[in-house]
Design a protein around this ligand. Structure first.
Ligand SMILES: [Zn+2]
Length: 156
């Protein structure tokens, strides 16, 4: 995958996640996403800070860590155990492969509110399903129901 395509793919995944959550897209978060899309293999906050500097962007450590955990929640990056032999225990990340991506979205049938949800064990189960003449590479599940607000209105 070339860099442009990769950046577009990551941005699309991020937009989908934002649409399904209560999070906001901010210039800082988008810059971190760009820095992430430039990484090859495993990376840590040092590599990201350098990439951000080359984009003329400076973000706080807290913003960097918060955004990384958000990107992890979105399935865009995966946290990897540090394999640094120097005893450095700094956290490392890696861009998660498109393959094996699992997304769950809860959709309210009354107000249309959407939010992202997670169910790693169900996700793994669905990914392991085999279908004739079809290779499963990802799972997108839409679960319909009532959000807490609409449910409250209904019971009154
Ligand atoms: Zn609702």
């Amino acid at each position: 995958m070339n860099d442009d395509k990769r950046t577009r793919t990551l941005h699309r995944a991020f937009e989908q996640y934002i649409a399904g959550s209560r999070m906001r897209s901010t210039p800082e978060r988008l810059a971190i996403l760009d820095a992430v899309s430039r990484q090859k293999g495993r990376f840590g906050t040092r590599e990201l800070t350098e990439a951000l500097a080359s984009l003329n962007f400076k973000v706080s450590r807290a913003t960097l860590y918060n955004t990384l955990s958000m990107l992890q929640e979105a399935g865009i990056v995966a946290r990897r155990p540090s394999v640094d032999g120097t005893g450095d225990t700094a956290a490392m990340w890696e861009v998660a492969e498109e393959r094996n991506r699992v997304g769950f979205t809860l959709v309210c049938t009354v107000c249309g509110r959407r939010r992202a949800a997670r169910d790693p064990s169900l996700g793994r189960q669905l990914l392991s399903r085999r279908f004739a003449t079809f290779m499963t590479t990802g799972v997108e599940v839409c679960i319909s129901g009532l959000c807490s607000r609409c449910r409250k209105k209904q019971t009154i």
